[in-house]
Ligand binder design. Structure first.
Ligand code: AMP
Ligand code: ZN
Ligand code: ZN
Length: 401
C-alpha cells in the first residue's frame, strides 16, 4: 500500500516536472498594432494597454532594417532579419522569380510561398508539431510556407472593422478544446493609417490608438469570461516620424528619371539602374547628399545587416529621419504627414512591446531591444524549439517568471 502510494507520488512528481504538453499551455496571443510608436503608450489614451503593461512587462523595440510592415512582421515570427528571412521590402523583385514584383497589394504574390520559403514562421513549426494555429491577418498567413498552412486563416481585407477582427479570433477560441488554436495573432492597421495621413502628433492618431485599445479591452474581457488563460504579446512593426512640406529631397535633382527605376519612395528609395546607365547612376548616387545617403547594396552599413539577399535592390537611398525622398512630379492627392522606413536606430522608429499573462512577471520595464528577440520568446511560450535565429531570449528573459 505504502509502496503503491510512493509510486503514485513519484509519477505525479515526474508529470509536474515535465514540460507541460502544448495542449495544457495557455494560449499565446500575438497582437500587432501596425505603426504603434513606443511612446504612444504614454499619451494617457490607452487605459487597457497601460493596465496590461503594469500587470506585465513593457519595452521599446528597434525594428529591423528596413522599418516597413512586411519585413518586420516576418522578422517578428521568424527571428530573422529581413535580409535573411527573404521579405526584404514591401516592394521587391527576385531574379529567381522573373517578371513579378512583390507588393502587399499583389494578392498572387502575397500567397506565393516562394517569397516566404526562405524562413519558417512560428506557426509552421507549431503546426508541424501538431499545435493548431490561427495567424489572423499576419503577413505570410495566406501562403503555404514550406508546404504547411496554418489550421485557421482568412484572406487579408483592410476594410474589416477592428471589432470584427477580434470577433473572428474569439470564434476560433470558442471551438472545442482539441480544435482551438494554441497560437493566434491579431492585426490592426488603423494606427498606422492615421499616422501616415495626419502625422504621429495628431489627434487622429490618438483616436485610432484609443480605438484599438478599446478593442483589446473587449478581447481581454471575453477571454476572462471564457476562463481562458492567455499570454498576450503586444507588438508593433515600427514607429512613425512626422514629415513636412519643408523637408523634401528630390532624386530628379541628381539623376534623370530615365536613368533608373524605383519600387519605393519616401523614407527611402530603392534604385534599379536602367540598361546602359549603370555608370551614370553609380556616379550620381555614390556622392554626398544633404538629406539622404545612398549605398551600393554590398556596401550598406554593417549595423543594418542588409544587402546580401538577391532581392535587395542594387542601390538603397535612405533619407534623414523626417525627410521624404521623392521626385518633383510626385503629387499624391493626400500628402503624407507621417512615414516610417527610416533608420531603425532613430527614436521615432521605436515600436511598442507589452507582454502579460501567466508566464510573465508584473511591473517589468525592459531595456530597449532588437525586435528579432520576440521570436525566441514566442517559441518558449508556444512550446516549440526555436529555429536558428538572430534574436536573444536574454533580451526579454527579465519579463519571464
Ligand atoms: P506600411 O506602410 O509598411 O506600414 O504598410 C501598412 C499597410 O499594409 C496597411 O495599410 C495594411 O492595410 C497593409 N497590410 C497589412 N497586412 C497586409 C496583408 N497581409 N496583405 C496586404 N496588405 C497588408
Ligand atoms: Zn507597418
Ligand atoms: Zn505604414
Amino acid at each position: 500500500m505504502l509502496r503503491a502510494l510512493a509510486l503514485v507520488l513519484t509519477l505525479l512528481a515526474v508529470a509536474l516536472a515535465a514540460p507541460s504538453a502544448a495542449a495544457d499551455r495557455p494560449l499565446t496571443l500575438l497582437i500587432s498594432i501596425d505603426g504603434f510608436r513606443a511612446d504612444y503608450l504614454d499619451r494617457g489614451v490607452t487605459p487597457v494597454l497601460s493596465r496590461l503593461a503594469e500587470a506585465g512587462a513593457r519595452g521599446a523595440m528597434r525594428p529591423s532594417f528596413p522599418s516597413k510592415t512586411f519585413p518586420n512582421h516576418y522578422t517578428l515570427v521568424t527571428g530573422l532579419r529581413p535580409d535573411r528571412n527573404g521579405i526584404v521590402e514591401n516592394n521587391m523583385e527576385d531574379p529567381a522569380i522573373p517578371g513579378v514584383t512583390f507588393r502587399m497589394s499583389n494578392r498572387d504574390a502575397v500567397r506565393d510561398r516562394r517569397w516566404w520559403d526562405g524562413a519558417e514562421p512560428i506557426w509552421v513549426t507549431a503546426e508541424k508539431a501538431g499545435i493548431p494555429t490561427a495567424p489572423y491577418f499576419w503577413p505570410g498567413a495566406e501562403a503555404a510556407i514550406h508546404g504547411v498552412r496554418p489550421r485557421y486563416w482568412v484572406k487579408f481585407d483592410m476594410d474589416t472593422p477592428n471589432a470584427a477582427r477580434v470577433d473572428q479570433v474569439l470564434a476560433w477560441l470558442d471551438l472545442p478544446p482539441a480544435k482551438r488554436p494554441r497560437f493566434a495573432t491579431l492585426y490592426f492597421d488603423t494606427v498606422d493609417t492615421a499616422g501616415h495621413d495626419y502625422g504621429p502628433e495628431s489627434a487622429e492618431v490618438n483616436a485610432a490608438v484609443a480605438g484599438v485599445d478599446a478593442q483589446i479591452g473587449r478581447l481581454i474581457e471575453a477571454l476572462e469570461a471564457r476562463g481562458l488563460a492567455a499570454n498576450l504579446v503586444v507588438v508593433a512593426d515600427h514607429g512613425m516620424a512626422a514629415l513636412s512640406e519643408a523637408r523634401k529631397a528630390y532624386m530628379d535633382d541628381i539623376l534623370p528619371k530615365a536613368a533608373y527605376r524605383s519600387l519605393a519612395g519616401g523614407a527611402f528609395m530603392t534604385i534599379y539602374p536602367a540598361k546602359g546607365r549603370e555608370a551614370e547612376v553609380d556616379r550620381a548616387l555614390i556622392a554626398a547628399h544633404e538629406h539622404f545617403q545612398c549605398w551600393r547594396k554590398a556596401e550598406m552599413p554593417g549595423r543594418f545587416r542588409y544587402g546580401r539577399n538577391p532581392r535587395v535592390a542594387p542601390y538603397f537611398c535612405l533619407a534623414q529621419t523626417g525627410w521624404a525622398l521623392t521626385t518633383r512630379n510626385y503629387r499624391p492627392s493626400n500628402p503624407e504627414r507621417g512615414a516610417h522606413g527610416f533608420d531603425p536606430a532613430s527614436a521615432e522608429m521605436a515600436a511598442v512591446f507589452i507582454a502579460q499573462g501567466p508566464a510573465f512577471r508584473a511591473g517589468v520595464r525592459l531595456a530597449d531591444f532588437n525586435n528579432v528577440s520576440v521570436y525566441p520568446l514566442l517559441a518558449r511560450l508556444v512550446g516549440v524549439a526555436a529555429r536558428p535565429n538572430d534574436g536573444e531570449l536574454a533580451d526579454v528573459a527579465p519579463a519571464l517568471k
